[in-house]
Design a protein around this ligand. Structure first.
Ligand code: ATP
Ligand code: MG
Length: 268
């Protein structure tokens, strides 16, 4: 891996097992035994196929694609939440990764905002003293001071997002993985996020940004990768990447395939 590379995917594939009609209930399983048509079937599903991608230090890549195309799965591989089923995913030694992948991932619902902040930062390798050092700034950034001592199961989805992003941003990561961070945040928070992300980039950090909102991809990224059914269908500059994606959506809707994400169908 070259010293300028921070992430390198070499023919990475990810397989999931889809259990159709899975049930833990013994009664239902027994009925399945009597009725073969109701029996559980397990299907292999390749969410990512042979992904080859090199991300350089300081790059801001927009990962776009239809629902289910494999974007979050790719971020989870980089964040080591999942392991590749085949191929290799290399991340620069010593690189600190922070991620905001899915609401609630990395949070414990019964713990308070404060406890989750400490837990999350500790998982990322910060010492107690270091966490105390970033605590005030993180809470300030999140705007959740009033709610920091209540269990986060009572948080709204926007509050979850704020806390997650505030922690990710204040960990001072080398690589920031952002998945749909604008889906639930209000306009003020989105604006602050964009400023923070731009500040990261100015400091030479690397960002992979998953979004269905064209305007925010344009605001943040210099490169776009389009995923389609687990494969990279385009890798290049932002204008061509987004045009390619628009075309892909148009083709799919002409062929009758539904796109369920309203924002994708009508990019801003
Ligand atoms: N843990 C899992 N077990 C089984 N299948 C999974 C799992 N995680 C993801 N998948 C499947 O992998 C495919 C890709 O999912 P992924 O979440 O990466 O899509 P995405 O591109 O992020 O979509 P979206 O735009 O809706 O967020 C989907 O078909 C999904 O059902
Ligand atoms: Mg996703």
């Amino acid at each position: 891996m070259s010293p300028l590379t921070v992430i390198e995917a070499r023919s990475v594939s990810k397989r999931f097992l889809l259990r159709h009609n899975a049930s833990v209930e013994l009664k239902v399983r027994f009925l399945g035994f009597l009725h073969p048509d109701k029996r559980e079937s397990v299907e292999e599903f390749w969410a990512l196929k042979n992904i080859c991608l090199t991300v350089g230090r300081g790059e801001a890549i927009g990962l776009v694609g239809r629902n289910g195309s494999g974007k979050s799965t790719f971020l989870k591989l980089v964040a080591a939440i999942h392991r590749p089923s085949s191929g290799r995913l290399l991340v620069a030694r010593q690189a600190r990764i922070a991620s905001m992948i899915e609401l609630g991932v990395g949070f414990h619902p019964e713990l308070t905002g404060r406890e989750n902040l400490f837990l999350n930062a500790a998982i990322h390798g910060l010492t107690r003293r270091e966490i105390e050092g970033i605590y005030d700034a993180t809470v300030e950034y999140s705007g959740l001071a009033h709610f920091i001592d209540v269990p986060i199961k009572t948080y709204s989805s926007g509050m979850h997002m704020r806390l997650g992003f505030a922690i990710a941003a204040n960990l001072d990561p080398d690589i920031l993985l952002l998945d749909e961070i604008f889906a639930v945040g209000d306009a003020n928070f989105q604006q602050r996020c964009i400023e923070t992300v731009k500040d990261f980039l100015a400091r030479g950090k690397t960002i992979i940004f998953v979004s269905h909102t064209t305007a925010s991809v344009r605001a943040i990224c210099r490169r776009v990768c389009v995923l389609e059914q687990g494969e990279i269908a385009f890798d290049g500059d932002v204008d061509n990447g987004l045009a390619f994606y628009d075309q892909l959506l148009a083709q799919k809707s002409a062929s009758g395939e539904q796109e369920v994400h309203a924002q994708t169908a009508n990019p801003i």
